[in-house]
Design a protein around this ligand. Structure first.
Ligand SMILES: [Zn+2]
Ligand SMILES: [Zn+2]
Length: 314
């Protein structure tokens, strides 16, 4: 049932524009209504990159199991996108319920929403600190956010009926490869991926009662993805267009080739990984279209592939 549900969403025709995507999310829920409700829902909160595309928030994926939310990366706009998903019927993404976050690496396009995930749910009623997992350096980043917002925190806590004294904090767990988190609903395993010059960049393998999901993080082509996915239900992977790449300056080509995975490379990775559905996110088009991007992936991958938009659900 899982795969057929992903398939229905995968073939859905989503016209450009956020409204269309919102409708697609609603439609996906309606389609699933007659079947037994899945315990795990994957909502693409942000599919963007450092480019400030108004239709794509910075990278962020929500995995919601039994209405408990687990966030992966915190790009700009993530809390507003979570609120949009909550209004559309994913109650686990109510702001005060945003309590667990896993960072893949510390490139700012993946962390610009971190202060938002720390403070906005707190102001809206979260009593407990954010439970935060990320590479070495995460504690320093959190310290800077708290230090720089000291006046705001003191003013809010001191105000009449203000938020709790602790809920703005983050309990930071700086991670290494291996299982970094486990509870009754989910197991999260971090694995190292190569990404430009970063010493610590991770992908995540997530197991829930009814889905196995792999998130690439930012990574150039590598063998870890196929090993970790190995027939997983959903592979969420970053990508850039081969055709677009050919149009950018040589110096940028050199960078991106070290940092990211081309569409044809990704197709080969997916062929080895055998996911139920391959979901493209963090798409670097360099002028190409979604159709071109998907066609490039399909030149080396015969399975199901979807180029995701913000708020699409899988
Ligand atoms: Zn990135
Ligand atoms: Zn990056």
């Amino acid at each position: 049932m899982r795969k057929s549900r992903a398939a229905r969403i995968g073939v859905a025709r989503v016209s450009p524009g956020l409204l269309a995507v919102l409708l697609a999310l609603s439609g996906a829920r309606a389609t699933a209504a007659g079947a037994q409700a899945p315990r795990t829902r994957i909502v693409m909160l942000g599919t963007g990159t450092p480019i400030p595309d108004p239709e794509r928030s910075g990278p962020g994926v929500a995995i919601v199991v039994d209405s408990v939310a687990y966030l992966f990366d915190a790009g700009a706009g993530i809390v507003r996108r979570a609120a949009a998903a909550s209004r559309l019927g994913v109650p686990g993404l109510n702001a005060p319920k945003l309590g667990r976050l896993f960072l893949t690496h510390l490139h700012s396009d993946h962390t610009l929403g971190l202060a938002d995930v720390m403070f906005t749910p707190w102001i809206q009623g979260r009593k407990e600190p954010l439970d935060l997992y990320g590479p070495p350096g995460t504690a320093r980043l959190v310290h800077g956010i708290v230090d720089g917002n000291d006046e705001d925190i003191r003013e809010r806590v001191a105000s009449s009926g203000g938020p709790s004294a602790e809920g703005y904090r983050a309990n930071v767990h700086e991670i290494v490869e291996g299982v970094v988190y486990r509870d009754a609903r989910i197991t999260v395993r971090a694995f190292a991926v190569p990404h430009s010059a970063w010493e610590h960049a991770f992908g995540y393998r997530i197991e829930t009662p009814d889905r196995t999901i792999v998130i690439s993080g930012d990574a150039r082509r590598n063998d870890a993805i196929a090993r970790e996915c190995n027939g997983c239900d959903v592979l969420i992977h970053e990508v850039y267009s081969d055709a677009g790449f050919a149009t950018i300056p040589a110096a940028r080509q050199a960078y991106h080739a070290q940092a990211h995975t081309s569409a044809t490379q990704l197709g080969a990775v997916a062929t080895a990984a055998r996911p139920g559905v391959l979901v493209l996110y963090h798409q670097l088009y360099f002028g190409a279209t979604d159709e071109q991007l998907v066609k490039e992936v399909r030149s080396t991958f015969a399975g199901r592939v979807v180029s995701a938009r913000d708020l699409q659900e899988f």
